[in-house]
Design a binder for this molecule. Structure first.
Ligand SMILES: Nc1nc(=O)c2c([nH]1)NC[C@@H]1CN(c3ccc(C(=O)N[C@@H](CCC(=O)O)C(=O)O)cc3)C=[N+]21
Length: 299
């Protein structure tokens, strides 16, 4: 633990690299067995800079591990019906094993309608209500688990941190991170609390945690004195703050005050280089798993 007041830094970039290497091996093996490669469709609507950056990173990562990517870049004024049509076409395409619709979507498109339309088999984001529903239920495994929460747990496991019997606190209750992260941890026998924007005195609850997953989307919300000494801290935040010294004009900071927290925590993830790269690695893994299921179903 943090005997010297310096947490062990969990290197998400390095762990993600080794997962990507495992996925690349899996892709090669699947290709040798079936002659087929996994396919991932990435759909983006509009021109948000951050979304374009993430989508570019996802497509590049696919290419590196041998996953075929199917690109759909739709203009910002695309109607919901048109997006649904694209999804239907991808649902029907046997070479596509995963469909990711980059969020957030423009205002004229109802996110729920889109996520519900993706076939549960191809829902590699794990956002389909049926996948989330199964995640809630004992003995009912989802086909895909949401990538970011899965990446958080993978960081803990691969860093040798015990989850069963530990007290975990998730900061934030979003559909895509906080809530599924809490469900995953419960499934792994942690004792889990969720704190959120309406929680009275979140600090006193986070102070009890052996494991903290910070996913509130608020820069430096979690301070050093919120942490139990030795806690494992997984920081999901990617908040852009102005930084004139950077070429981009901004830098990314987490939901955790890293400089303070690293003096108290036992383990901590940096931002960038922590959870972010894991999200993409898990997406590749979910896509490979989906392609394997599809090959098994055909065999
Ligand atoms: N349908 C859908 N699925 C998603 O999984 C999804 C999404 N929509 N919308 C947006 C969020 C965000 N997201 C990230 C992926 C990688 C990094 C990542 O790799 N970040 C790098 C830094 C990148 C940089 O420097 O800009 C890091 O943390 O080291 C971050 C964030 C996936 N998302």
């Amino acid at each position: 633990m943090a005997e010297n007041g310096q947490a062990k830094i969990i290197d998400g970039k390095k762990i993600a690299e080794s997962i990507r290497a495992e996925v690349a091996e899996g892709v090669t093996a699947l290709k040798a067995q079936t002659g087929k490669v996994p396919g991932l469709a990435v759909v983006i609507v509009g021109e948000r800079k951050d979304s374009q950056t993430y989508v570019r990173m996802k497509r590049k990562a696919c290419a590196e591990v041998g996953i075929a990517s199917f690109d759909h870049d739709l203009p910002a004024d695309t109607s919901e019906a048109e997006v649904l049509q694209v999804i239907q076409q991808l649902n029907d395409n046997p070479d596509v094993h995963g469909i990711l619709v980059q969020l957030p979507l423009p205002a004229q498109i109802n996110e729920q309608n889109i996520l519900d339309a993706i076939s549960i088999e191809k829902d590699v984001d794990g956002f389909h209500p049926m996948n989330i529903g199964r995640l809630c239920m004992k003995g009912r495994d989802p086909l895909s688990v949401p990538c970011t929460p899965k990446g958080c747990v993978e960081l803990l496991v691969r860093s040798g941190i015990t989850i069963a019997g530990k007290r975990a606190v998730v900061v934030g209750r979003s559909n895509i991170v906080g809530m599924p992260a809490a469900l995953l941890l419960i499934g792994m026998n942690a004792t889990v609390s969720i704190v959120h924007s309406r929680t009275d005195d979140p600090k006193s609850i986070v102070q009890q945690a052996d494991i903290v997953i910070a996913a509130a989307g608020r820069a430096h919300l979690v301070k050093g004195d919120w942490l139990k000494p030795g806690a494992a801290v997984i920081d999901v935040g990617t908040n852009a703050v102005d930084d004139p010294t950077k070429k981009s004009g901004y830098r990314l900071v987490g939901d955790v005050d890293f400089e303070e927290a690293k003096k108290v925590a036992g383990h901590i993830t940096p931002v960038p280089g922590g959870v972010g790269p894991m999200t993409i690695a898990m997406l590749l893994q979910n896509t490979l798993d989906s392609a394997r299921r599809s090959a098994e179903a055909q065999a």
